[in-house]
Design a protein around this ligand. Structure first.
Ligand SMILES: C[S@@+](CC[C@H](N)C(=O)[O-])C[C@H]1O[C@@H](n2cnc3c(N)ncnc32)[C@H](O)[C@@H]1O
Length: 321
């Protein structure tokens, strides 16, 4: 990818291309003019006590989110979108999906919900007292009931049966599906950024760049502003500038500002490694073909070990060891 001629500004001005604000999101938002941003896309802290957040009483957390959302609505252009990506608030084993808790705020601001996208992934904590959480949601709202940007053709994905044809009726023999690809739907199976992911940094909860690229391409046009109030490692800004949009974001933690700055500079130079958008998920080859996915107790040498394990378990259960 060729390098771009972009400098990273520290405060917001409309003619900048990239703004990395070190500080509280409300301070950045207050410096942004009304109706100047085409897309707000973010993943706020979930109030679960991660290293970058202080766990608050849920009502206090929701009140703070409401203040941030109010400012996001003010700066949003009339054809603009807000995508609020959240998971669960967990307290003493009881979960509250944050999208349900935050929905009334968006509704009070008369935003129109377009999709509640299920982002499904495979890696995360293994729960023992409930099913392990393997999805979060991206809640997409627009300001306007009719007039909003949605570039579906920019984000189509390959058809399952591209060669399929009508077999009867007036179009018989013609291809029956869109040659540009199909609508990606509202369930997105995109690997999350965990240990072996090419984009992994020290941050515990990064977006994959490809997830935000799809949103940026669908909901903005060339030169539009994209803003992320809770920027973390700079993912939203990277997705924006890669596609010739402008990007701004705020982050309170110095450590993450450093990581974001580094990644954004690499993205500008065209050297940042990311998982390509729409790359199919890795599916391991058939079982038994390698040591990782073969069933160990079906191999003769391991069968013996398993038997020993079962024997010792039996002894343990009988209280003999
Ligand atoms: C869930 S993470 C976002 C990660 C981001 N999506 C990425 O791809 O790296 C939330 C981030 O918001 C930051 N943060 C928390 N409160 C903030 C505030 N009031 N203003 C700006 N950033 C804040 C945290 O330090 C954390 O990095």
């Amino acid at each position: 990818m060729a390098g771009l001629n972009i400098t990273i500004a520290k405060t917001f001005k409309r003619d900048e291309r990239a703004v990395l604000f070190h500080g509280d999101c409300l301070d950045l938002l207050q410096s942004v003019p009304d109706r100047s941003i085409q897309l707000v896309v973010t993943s706020p802290p979930y109030n679960v006590g991660k290293e970058y957040e202080k766990k608050l009483h849920l009502e206090t957390y929701i009140e703070h989110q409401a203040k941030v959302i109010k400012e996001c609505v003010r700066i949003l252009s009339d054809t603009g979108s807000i995508c609020w990506q959240v998971g669960n608030y967990v307290n003493d084993g009881s979960i509250i999906p944050l999208d349900t808790a935050l929905f009334p705020i968006f509704q009070d601001f008369k935003l129109v919900m377009r999709n509640r996208i299920i982002w499904q992934f495979e890696h995360g904590l293994h729960c023992s007292r409930r099913f392990s959480g393997r999805h979060e949601t991206i809640n997409w709202f627009t300001k306007n009931t009719k007039n909003y940007v949605f570039n579906l053709d920019s984000v189509r994905v390959p058809q399952k049966y591209p060669g399929k044809k009508y077999f009867k009726g007036p179009k018989v023999g013609q291809h029956s599906c869109n040659p540009l690809g199909k609508n990606p739907g509202d369930v997105w199976d995109i690997p999350n950024v965990k240990n072996n992911h090419v984009e992994k940094t020290e941050h515990p909860c990064q977006f994959p760049v490809g997830l935000i690229e799809r949103i940026v391409l669908a909901m903005t046009n060339d030169g539009d502003w994209v803003l992320d109030p809770f920027l973390g490692t700079g993912t939203s800004l990277i997705a924006a500038i890669r596609h010739n949009r402008r990007g701004a974001g705020s982050e309170t933690e110095k450590k993450y500002i450093g990581i974001a700055s580094n990644r954004i500079q690499k993205a500008i130079r065209g050297t940042l490694q990311t998982r390509p958008m729409n790359k199919p998920k890795y599916v391991p080859p058939e079982s038994h073909t390698n040591t990782l996915n073969g069933i160990p107790w079906n191999r003769p040498e391991e069968q013996l070990c398993q038997l020993r394990l079962l024997e010792s378990q039996e002894a343990y259960c009988n209280g003999n060891s």
